[in-house]
Design a protein around this ligand. Structure first.
Ligand SMILES: Cc1ncc(COP(=O)(O)O)c(C=O)c1O
Length: 445
């Protein structure tokens, strides 16, 4: 049974296949969006979809956020140049100052402002090496820190598949309560910490980089206290701790910074995605002794361009003044409550192994059966396809985990409707409504 795709959508699929490079494609279903507003994306022909991915969290403030849009238009009208590398402009300094204000840390810090999460991580990893004179980096298996360069080489997701590990990178297991790498979670946590300590004892470690929730690796939430223990080891062995808040930072987890759950203060924090309110913008906040030199060692022409920076200032103002952090916490609780009800109503508890996360960073772990909790990759692939057919955009991570990360501005009625569709999509995919042929063209991860 071939799926029927609207001819207007089909036309774009054909043109896209013949023009846009596959290296930048991660496709799960035939999504073509012509416009968007709030949580809604609109297909050619006018069909509306609820976006429960918010473009991998870059759209965390919703599409066309009026405050961000106004700031972008104003900044684009009389721009003071288009970059920050050889000219100072007021908004560039203001954004750096704002980030210093909202990110805790030592007194003498600097802010790197870049284009994407990948370059923020890449730049700080290099800076840690150069400025400590140490060459090694500790990172986690199945982590994601970027799609280019050094950041890609320390990303377990890439190194496990198509990329070469960065020289000097060592990967350790990220403790996973649902699938502990050693029989139980307590032993797994102890093992990860021991391995980190062993690497630190070997010496020459410049930094350790960690996601507070491992997102692309499968929305894995480390046990409370794990990050604190890692930070303790970093302090003891004088290793810089980089917290990568690119995906789940800035309110998404129900706290302004996800690292606050473990009451730690990282040496360096990186941001991206939602920071730009939809425009490409990233940042890293860290000690001056690490980020201030060598002068000019991380140059990108468009970094700090006034339009993205204005969007970033507006985005931070929206997050803080509208208390989107609390909104994310409340909306996340509602999604989980409703989803639990739907699991019972639709009789899908046999394939829903775990629902986890904080705030609006939620993972739904689909399994083959509850006895083994084996990953059900096929069901995840078909569920996201079916959800698209029914009108919701949701992707999967870690091969079998639906990643529910809608905009922080999501409305109550959108939660009701979206959760209903996601649960229905699981039920329909389980019932065989999506065939192998329908998903054949969409390889996903
Ligand atoms: C935790 C984390 N860090 C860094 C990145 C890289 O960000 P970008 O794709 O904006 O370069 C991502 C992207 O998914 C991410 O999830």
């Amino acid at each position: 049974m071939a799926t029927s795709i609207n001819p207007l959508v089909q036309d774009f699929l054909t043109r896209d296949a013949a023009s846009v490079a596959g290296v930048e494609k991660l496709r799960f279903f035939p999504l073509v969006a012509e416009s968007g507003n709030g949580t809604i994306l609109v297909e050619p022909g006018g069909r509306e979809l609820l976006d429960f991915s918010s473009s991998w969290t870059a759209g965390g403030l919703g599409y066309g956020n009026p405050i961000v849009t106004k700031a972008i238009i104003e900044a684009a009208t009389n721009p003071p140049g288009f970059g920050g590398i050889s000219a100072i402009h007021p908004d560039l300094v203001k954004l750096a100052e704002l980030l210093l204000e909202i990110v805790p840390g030592e007194s003498n810090r600097r802010v790197y402002i870049g284009n994407t999460g990948s370059d923020a991580n890449d730049v700080v990893l290099r800076a840690c090496r150069v400025n400590t004179g140490k060459s090694r980096v500790i990172t986690f298996e199945n982590s994601y820190h970027g799609g280019v360069g050094f950041a890609m080489g320390v990303s377990g997701v890439h190194v496990g598949t198509n990329a070469t590990a960065a020289e000097g990178a060592t990967f350790v297991p990220y403790p996973d309560s649902f699938r502990p790498h050693l029989g139980n979670i307590a032993d797994s946590v102890a093992d990860s910490l021991q391995r980190i300590q062993r690497e630190f004892e070997l010496g020459d470690v410049a930094c350790l980089i960690m996601e507070p929730i491992q997102s692309d690796g499968g929305l894995i939430v480390p046990p409370l206290g794990f990050m604190k223990a890692v930070v303790g080891l970093c302090k003891e062995y004088e290793v810089l701790f980089i917290c990568d808040e690119v995906k789940v930072g800035l309110g998404r987890t129900g706290l302004l910074h996800a690292f606050q759950r473990d009451e730690v203060v990282p040496d360096i924090v990186t941001f991206g995605k939602m920071l730009g309110g939809g425009l490409p913008l990233s940042a890293a906040v860290g000690p001056a002794r690490i980020l201030d030199g060598p002068t000019g060692s991380a140059l990108m022409t468009a970094a700090g361009n006034p339009i993205c920076v204005a969007a970033g200032i507006a985005a931070l103002e929206v997050i803080i003044s509208q208390d989107l952090t609390s909104q994310a916490e409340t909306a996340g609780q509602r999604i989980r409550e409703l989803f639990d009800q739907k699991v019972i109503e639709l009789d899908i508890s046999d394939v829903v192994g775990d629902v986890r996360g904080h705030g609006l960073a939620i993972g739904i772990d689909l399994v083959t059966d509850r006895a083994t909790n084996n990953r059900n990759n096929d069901l995840a692939r078909k569920t996201v396809y079916r959800a698209w057919e029914l009108g919701v955009v949701v992707y999967y991570v870690g091969a079998n985990v639906l990643e529910v990360t809608p905009p922080l501005t999501i409305q109550a009625h959108e939660i009701e409707h979206g959760v209903q569709i996601i649960a229905q999509a699981i039920a329909d995919a389980k019932a065989g409504l999506v065939t192998d042929e329908m998903v054949a063209a969409f390889t996903g991860w």
